[in-house]
Design a protein around this ligand. Structure first.
Ligand code: AVW
Length: 249
């Protein structure tokens, strides 16, 4: 009985440590019908379990991406930088655009923290390295890998929401600038349409010099446009289904 008690306690301990992320992962995953969530969970775990949380390279997630590939959704793909809340506030209400966080992998891991530990089978959700604590950290490598795969399937008219309330709306260190934009290729992507989100106290807009850098860094053959759109207009379009997607801005 001592042995059985020990085994019970150990498995209970393991369950408590990873229960939250496991149940969140599965309950979010099961909303998507066309994937085998157990297979996706196993591919997810192999990326970081039993590893130093600062030694998980971007490539560690290749098998996860292969287990849940992104489907191209031409003319509906939405990228963003420093506009997470306004973008998702909109995509939640209207079926006009698809962001990474609306896909299976993006949605199951959105807002979560996870990491493993050398010599352990556990998934921890506390005590994990922060975004900038080390280069190859478990969570950051996932978002870089997933963003790259999402950008790889971009096609047709691509939209990006940038933030007019910061100094450099197109920041070279962002995932959008460093991982996604370089993957837009003219043979797949026709236009890159920037929606500059303008709030009351905006300090930049489509005339910002950083947008010139964006225009210059995109593949030749992809046309570029930028439109200043007030945050309230985006919210209005989110709450009024009678406004057609193409008439939002
Ligand atoms: P972002 P990106 N600490 O708004 O262009 C913790 O800067 O980079 O936009 N988490 C962080 C940090 C940090 N210092 N920096 C970034 N993050 C996480 C995927 C955090 O979750 C989509 F397809 C934040 O909400 C977009 O087109 C998120 O990264 C593109 O990448 C985005 O940071 C947005 O990346």
């Amino acid at each position: 009985t001592a042995l059985i008690t020990l085994i019970l306690c150990l498995s209970l301990g393991l369950t408590v440590v990873s229960r939250n992320i496991t149940s969140t992962f599965f309950s979010r995953c099961e909303k998507f019908n066309e994937y085998d969530c157990k297979k996706v969970w196993d591919a997810f775990q192999q990326a970081y379990v039993n590893k130093d949380p600062c030694k998980v390279p971007v490539e560690a997630y290749d098998p996860l991406i292969a287990a849940a590939p992104f489907k191209p959704q031409c003319n509906r793909m939405m990228f963003w930088s420093k506009t997470k809340d306004v973008v998702h506030g909109f995509t939640e209400k209207r079926d006009c655009f698809v962001t990474l966080e609306d896909t299976l992998l993006g949605s199951v891991l959105d807002g979560l923290t996870w990491c493993g530990k050398e010599g352990s089978k556990d998934t921890n959700t506390t005590g994990c390295p922060g975004w900038s604590d080390c280069e190859n950290n478990t969570v950051r490598s996932f978002w870089i890998r997933a963003s790259a795969a999402f950008a790889d399937v971009a096609c047709g008219n691509v939209t990006a929401m940038l933030n007019g309330s910061i100094n450099t709306p197109f920041n070279p260190t962002s995932i959008f600038a460093s991982v996604e934009v370089p993957r837009f290729i003219a043979s797949r992507v026709k236009n890159l349409n920037v929606v500059m989100v303008i709030q009351k106290n905006n300090i930049s807009n489509c005339t910002d010099p950083s947008l010139k850098n964006l225009r210059q860094s995109i593949d030749t053959g992809i046309t570029f446009s930028c439109k200043d759109v007030s945050e309230s207009r985006i919210q209005e379009c989110g709450s009024k289904p009678e406004i057609a997607c193409g008439a939002c801005w």
